[in-house]
Design a protein around this ligand. Structure first.
Ligand code: PRP
Length: 187
């Protein structure tokens, strides 16, 4: 089988920059939720690498503080977006996100917020499940592309309007396993 992908143009965020920022986010989240139970809700598929490193960063913060803890649970949702130039984007829940979120603190973990439609759909869906609180942590934010306003509580990096891949983000399902964020060359 041969797979031809567009080449990568450049590295936008190196592995060490990613890990340093995720460590900082983990400490901040740990401080905000200390001595509480928190559900990390990963949005499949793009968030998986960020999710795993963020969960470990929260543990590191706990390890360093010694006295306090955050009891973490892992849950996942999978959403699908339909983009059609003649219609507003629609989003559909494929799996996850049901009664286990009731009365819980929930932190949505996203790889990127672009138009905001996915996050907007998910936040509205979660409100029907009566969680105690819902906050959002995204690794990347592309505010220039926003079509619907969404609340973001923790942001790793704000980026400009370029097509990025790696560290969970794909082009035609490829490049998700890069340990860094790269700019894709001409498609
Ligand atoms: C990507 C990304 C976000 C969403 C953001 O998911 O993981 O969930 O798009 O875009 P938006 O703000 O314009 O809604 P995608 O639908 O590509 O699926 P994937 O996570 O499986 O790659």
């Amino acid at each position: 089988m041969s797979v031809t992908n567009p080449p990568l143009e450049s590295v936008l965020i190196s592995e060490s920059c990613l890990q340093q920022r995720i460590y900082e986010l983990g400490r901040q989240i740990f401080t905000d939720y200390e001595n509480q139970e928190l559900i990390l809700l990963g949005v499949l598929r793009g968030s998986v690498l960020f999710f795993a490193d963020l969960a470990r960063a929260i543990f590191k913060a706990q390890h360093e503080s010694q006295m306090k803890e955050v009891a973490l649970r892992f849950e996942f949702v999978q959403l699908m977006s339909y983009h059609d130039s003649t219609q507003p984007s629609t989003v559909q829940l494929i799996r996850g996100g049901s009664d286990y979120l009731k009365e819980q603190h929930v932190l949505i973990v996203e790889d990127i917020v672009d138009t905001g439609h996915t996050l907007n759909f998910l936040c509205e869906h979660l409100q029907t499940l009566n969680p105690k609180t819902v906050k959002v942590c995204t690794l990347l934010d592309k505010p220039s592309q926003r079509q619907v306003s969404v609340p973001i509580d923790y942001t790793g990096f704000e980026i400009s309007d370029t097509f990025v891949v790696g560290y969970g983000l794909d082009y035609a399902q490829q490049y998700r396993n890069l340990p860094y964020i790269a700019v894709l060359g001409s498609i």
